[in-house]
Design a protein around this ligand. Sequence first.
Ligand code: ZN
Length: 279
Amino acid sequence: MLARLLTLGVACLVVLLPAATDAVTTDAPGGSPQPAGRAASRSAARVETPVPAAARPLAGRTVVLDPGHQLGNARHPREIDRLVQAGPSRKPCNTTGTSTDSGYPEATLTWQVAMVARRDLQQAGARVVLTRSSNSASAWGPCVDARGRLGGRVHADLTVSIHGDGSYARGARGFHVIAPASVRGWTDDIAAPSRRLALSLRSALGRARFPRANYIAGGDGLDVRSDLGTLNLSDVPVAMVELGNMRNATEARGMRSKQGRARYAHALTDGITRYLAAR
Ligand SMILES: [Zn+2]
């Protein structure tokens, strides 16, 4: 188990140590990973030693994770088509999201990636708040305005919205990160730190060897939009990640596998951790 985790090259790993050590290794700045065996033997000899701050780099931080869509949205067209405030304009409450060609839904992908990322972040000391509490075929929403506003409501340090894209363009693949444009009265107060968050997430996904989207203008893995309620309604730094193109067979294979989803989640944790460390 541990050996398999270590091969993933992840941002945060739980090491199977005596409970008192509560050890998490990290590759965040200032926290150099340690061989688990040596750390275990040292810690076992000094069980009263406080956990070093570097082991819980996100202590005191609050992170909102927004797993995009909801599994039951398609069964509730009237509710999710209702217009809500999405910034300067109004937009539908939510959408059904996309899926792989084999029918693996975006709502389930985003939920499962968020579950792993939540565990990573909690192990690093963060408080994690989700915008939805289930992935259920009978549930719908929440609407994009509520998703966007949650970060401010819970006094979060940041929000990361998790999505998968659904492009039918031939050969379209790769991830991209969306930062909010600066829209006066809406996002002008969070646009700059949100861009830094988006760049940190882009770097982390790159370090995890995910390719940048080849079908988004610029090809640099970064998009800036003014039309997304989840971003426009946020009062804390926010970025949306399109993990990849669910309609691409190669990327769909990774998304359907537990190991592939863990790679995405660990990369998000890495990007969040480094963004917060630099603030
Ligand atoms: Zn989506």
